[in-house]
Design a protein around this ligand. Structure first.
Ligand code: HDE
Length: 740
């Protein structure tokens, strides 16, 4: 039995308010205790307290000592936030404790259902700026005036993992853009891959069930390397093109900033006369394309599960605003009819060589969110949100999505008024007669809540406007009602092959490696074999590599619903390596230092990195930092085992002889250099650093992408070399799959 406290303690008020005395009353950031109390003119009340503003501009009650007063959600000042109300010092807690009940009730309701797919996401604000008018083909207000900016919010996401999963899953990335246009919100809810797994929305629940953790065991999390996913794929040949993309390095991007975005479906643009032009939307990153290596991705997930969100947060906060160009592929019915594939089939691209991408604008992300939940979690994208001048095609996937997104937001956000949440509210004027429902925050004022009405324009409210209002393309439709898949959707392999042959050899190798990796996690040999039978229709060499990697006899090719076209021309735009950046700008150097490191070399390297527009982080034996050879001290961002080289685009090791000897004893320091080497990174090596490389076992293997940092001028040469990002030829020497 617990010991009864001494009576003296029982009566004394416990010292449980733990504000250190030096902080009490201090001016914390954003909390300047100005004693302004602007009382609204219609409020004939006099306040018994002063007011101040919090960080978000919210008003707070202030006590005489200038410290803002904690209140309940009802505004009632709180006397004690540490102890619940009890009957007697050691007695039961009382139901009448309204403050306690409110606090716990609100906490209990903090979570909303996570998204079924795309649960893990990260958002930022910015703007879209029109750089070329599309007035010739669309009446959409956003496309009319060159130079005009439209506010935007973007949410990037992985698809399969839950909200708390890791950023570098092998997965498709969501690239959802909300554009607050002057004629309503336009949600372009796209991905970083221009095709999809399935052709008809009817299959979406099956696809997602198969990809998510298996239902009995609830694993594996955030990965497709398991039987159910590959079983579904092997029985759904329409997914093979998408599989080529998800097994490529597109599915392990270096950063949200280095991914393309695609609207995926064919949409329509409509001009003022209602004339339609088909359109595909593209977001092209100014930062160039870049991905990480698979072995690196696996390790990043452990070292920093928030790698992508941290990268975006840091880039925007440092003023390095990521930017994408908006491109459109425009085509008419004549092109659609002449194209080898159906433009309504979301498992197909239109190669840029056939229909060039016209750049019409730019998207810049320049502001992080104030609050993750309020903005990134509560943002509700709906594919059906399109303003006048943009319209849907009959893509059966898009048609299904137009139902699904509204439905899912009502479930997630709890009612029909999610458009009242600031992140979802349009930024243009609105007028309608919708009212009531959960959490209604702005019911229309006045007597009239219906139309038509005869109360005149002021009291009677808004009226429909056939000229300005949204109108659909007047497409004629005919035919029997039937559950069918168009014959024009039947080719599943030709573009998969086109994607594969468009890759550089190293990218092709990565696709083969990924397939072997994933299928090696599949327990049933028949499923592995069935996947290879599809690969035979894509590329015989790829199928043989994968079968060999699995130790599997080559099966017969799957029967193709339509004979694949094997000579579609390669398209350079489909390769990441061919569309990489020309500079090291926006990248990050990991600088491993020790006490006594050559100050001249370190400072010159930092200067070169900064001049390039890149950033660096120091890794050191102790996080307090190091003292360089000239006595200057430099703070570290990471202790060695907290800053593995997988977190950086390139690394440099500048240490003293003693530092090298010390680090050579440390497994994490050795991993730092061996991983950088294995992941084909550019490595700068100070003169005294050799023993670390020797102890790590790679001193003999160093190649031309391992550059000396012996004198100040070497820093610039190193950064220039690192613009190539990775030295891929090395992979052939460090990977068993390359020789096996
Ligand atoms: Fe989605 N998708 N989707 N999807 N999707 C959702 O909406 C759905 C598809 C995409 O950051 C859900 O709010 C169906 C293609 C993104 O909030 C849900 C089908 C593409 C996001 C939904 C598809 C996407 C979602 C889950 C097949 C690329 C995240 C939660 C017909 C063009 C948006 C939610 C964000 C989210 C349904 C296929 C992209 C359930 C039925 C194709 C980027 O409504």
């Amino acid at each position: 039995m617990a010991k009864k406290p001494a009576p003296s303690k029982a009566v004394a008020k416990p010292a449980s308010t733990v504000i250190p005395s030096d902080l009490a009353g201090a001016d914390l950031p954003g909390e300047s205790p100005q004693k302004s109390s602007p009382i609204p003119s219609d409020a004939a009340v006099s306040l018994s307290y002063a007011e101040t503003q919090g960080p978000g501009g919210e008003t707070r009650q202030v006590a005489g000592d200038g410290i803002p007063i904690l209140t309940s959600a009802q505004g009632i000042p709180v006397a004690d936030d540490q102890n619940s109300l009890k009957q007697g010092v050691r007695g039961p807690t009382l139901l009448e404790d309204a403050h306690f009940r409110e606090k716990i009730f609100h906490f209990d309701h903090e979570r909303i259902p996570e998204r079924v797919v795309h649960a893990r996401g990260y958002g930022a604000h910015g703007f879209f700026e029109l750089t070329e008018s599309l007035a010739d083909v669309s009446r959409a207000d956003i496309f009319q005036r060159v130079g005009e900016r439209t506010p935007a919010f973007v949410r990037f996401s992985t698809v399969a993992g839950s909200k708390g999963s890791f950023d570098l899953a092998r997965d498709v990335r969501g690239f959802a853009v909300k554009l607050y246009t002057q004629e309503g919100n336009w949600d372009l809810v796209g991905n970083n891959i221009p095709v999809f797994f399935i052709q008809d929305a009817m299959k979406f629940p099956d696809l997602v069930h198969a990809a998510k953790p298996e239902p009995d065991r609830d694993f594996p999390q955030a990965q497709t390397a398991h039987d159910n996913f590959w079983d579904f794929v092997s029985l759904s040949p329409e997914s093979i093109h998408m599989i080529m993309w998800t097994m490529s390095d597109r599915a392990i991007p270096r950063s949200f900033r280095t991914m393309e975005g695609f609207g995926v479906h064919t949409f329509r643009l409509l001009d003022a006369a209602g004339k339609s032009t088909f359109v595909k939307f593209h977001w092209k990153p100014k930062q160039g394309l870049q991905s990480v290596a698979w072995n690196e991705a696996v390790k990043i997930n452990g070292a920093d599960p928030d790698f992508h969100r941290r990268d975006l947060w840091d880039a925007i906060n440092s003023g390095d605003f990521p930017e994408w160009e908006l491109g459109v592929q425009l085509f008419d019915d004549a092109f659609a009819d002449s194209f080898d594939f159906d433009v309504l089939d979301a498992t197909k691209i239109i190669p840029e060589e056939l229909v060039p991408v016209r750049i019409v604008g730019r998207l810049v992300l320049d502001r992080v969110v104030d609050n993750f939940f309020a903005e990134t979690e509560q943002v509700a994208f709906c594919t059906q949100n399109v303003p006048p001048g943009i319209d849907f095609s009959n893509d059966p996937l898009l048609q299904g999505r137009n139902f699904s997104y509204l439905d899912t937001q009502i479930k997630r956000l709890g009612g029909p008024n999610f458009t009242h949440i600031p992140i979802n509210a349009p930024k243009c004027p609105m007028a309608h007669f919708q009212q009531d429902g959960h959490m209604a925050m702005r019911n229309p004022k006045g007597r009239v809540n219906y139309e038509p009405n005869s109360w005149g324009p002021t009291q009677g409210g808004a009226r429909e406007n056939p000229a300005r209002g949204f109108s659909s393309f007047a497409e004629a439709a005919d035919g029997p009602k039937a559950r069918v898949r168009s014959e024009s959707f039947a080719d599943h392999y030709s573009q998969a092959r086109q994607f594969y042959v468009s890759q550089t050899p190293i990218e092709q190798k990565h696709i083969g490696d990924a397939l072997v990796f994933e299928l090696s996690k599949v327990e049933r040999p028949d499923i592995r074999s069935r996947v290879v039978s599809h690969l035979l229709n894509v590329d015989a060499g790829l199928a043989a590599t994968v079968a060999n990697g699995l130790g599997l006899p080559l099966p017969a090719a799957a029967v193709a619903a339509r004979e694949p076209i094997v000579d579609l021309p390669a398209s350079d735009k489909l390769s990441i390596v061919k569309n990489g950046p020309a500079t090291f700008k926006g990248r990050k150097l990991g600088l491993l230092l020790s006490d006594g490191a050559d100050a001249g070399v370190v400072k010159a390297l930092i200067k070169a990195v900064t001049a390039e527009g890149a950033v660096y982080e120091v890794i050191a034996p102790k996080v307090a930092g190091v003292t360089l050879s000239d006595g200057t001290t430099i703070a570290a961002k990471h202790k060695v085992d907290g800053g593995p080289s997988v977190l950086f685009d390139a690394v440099a090791v500048v240490v003293s002889a003693e530092g090298a000897a010390l680090l050579a004893l440390d497994a994490a320091a050795k991993d730092f250099v061996t991983d950088a080497f294995a992941h084909c990174k550019y490595i700068g090596i100070g003169v005294e650093a050799q023993p670390l490389f020797a102890k790590a076992g790679i001193a003999e293997d160093l190649d031309e992408a391992c550059l000396p940092l012996g004198k100040a001028a070497d820093g610039k040469a190193f950064v220039e070399a690192a613009r190539a990002l990775r030295f891929w030829p090395r992979e052939l020497k460090v990977d068993l799959d390359a020789v096996g």
